[in-house]
Design a protein around this ligand. Sequence first.
Ligand code: GAP
Length: 442
Amino acid sequence: MADLMEKIVSLCKRRGFIYQSSEIYGGFGSCYDFGPLGVEFKNNIKKSWWDEMLRGHETIVGLDAAILMSPKVWQASGHLTAGFADELVECKKCHHRFRKDFLEKNKCPDCEGDLTEPRKFNLMMKTFVGAVEDEVNQTYLRAETCQGIYMNFKNVLDSMRLKIPFGIAQIGKAFRNEINPKDFIYRTREFEQMEMQWFCHPREADKWFNFWKEERMKWYLDLGIKKENICFREHEKGELAHYAKKAVDIEYNFPFGRKEVEGIHNRGDWDLSGHEKYSGKELSYFDEETKEKYIPYIIETSGGVDRSLFAFLADSYEEIKGGRTKTTEATKEIEVVLKLDKKIAPIKVAVLPLVRNKPELVKKAEEVFELLKPHFMAQYDEVGSIGRRYRRQDEIGTLFAVTIDFETLEKDDVTVRDRDTMSQERVKILDLTQFLEKKLSE
Ligand code: GAP
């Protein structure tokens, strides 16, 4: 499995999915940049989540709150206290620092030196707002996007005239000063979250918790994650986050083990009560029908964009030793196919002239590319043999390859090759857009 990790990291760099941040300066503390294919892939994941939340459920609305907020938010939420801190130990010999719960034994994994007693290390990232760097101007980069949602609970409730139960969804960056970021994009200091906060009556919290747990699992399965690679894991009492009454993780079988991709939490009234107390502003809900006034409970679904992208990559990666192509004399090397779901694959269609030294073929291929480009994320490629170009597209998960050959010039049709079956069918150029649209919506 470690081998799979290396292959994925290498593919990501080689094919423009993910690069290390500030690479020419030797990289920067577990930060990553998403390249041309990575950003498409990531946007598709986010769109799929957004559509699912906002279109699939009529009582969810969206929000895009600021990353910087009043530091009081983080006092009230409990993030500045021990609740949001990991246990840090330091090697007395080499002075490397580690998260205690990541160590297998009580010795430095780098030099076998003795370790200090653990101390609490807060994960909030400090910054300063304004020209003076003093305590008054100090605030934090948000550690979870949901606090921006709680800040706007009343605004959204009043301006959108909503009734409980309802949800607010948000996608955005979050920052944590992780002691040991690791496993490629799995644990980083800057990452993106897709969070939905469902406000409900306390009496109904269990019902909605179970509902959202199942909905979230379905999302991963619908986007192609294999059933055997994903599961629920309920948190034991002792491992619950400071805000949670109950929590279930959705875990994926990553190359380095089974680990969380998303958490579903019953946060009770922790957040709204806390903010009511600290701000002095009332955050309760009044039910016009029952005349009941109460602080709603919050059921949260909190997924990582980066972690789910990693899971989709690992799950769709397939290697075929000796290659799939049996009809050509091409060297039978290992072929890689990224069997990404059509909704999230970064490139939907590749346009390939059979050869590039025939101007009439190239001209026609360019015309077909121009025809498809406004409709689909498309790529034009004329470099190398046609077999090699098919393999290049398979490796990045492109769903269809459209080839322009000599018959095209006579009959105005093209071959459309399917990534997974490698079957080819001839389609009239006139019908091509509609044909691909139908295939992609099936
Ligand atoms: N609002 C609740 C919350 O933030 P969490 O379990 O701490 O809960 C939710 O985080 C999700 O955010 C995780 O399941 C994971 O996908 C993502 N996440 C958290 N820390 C991360 C990190 N250091 N790197 C990448 N993703 C992270």
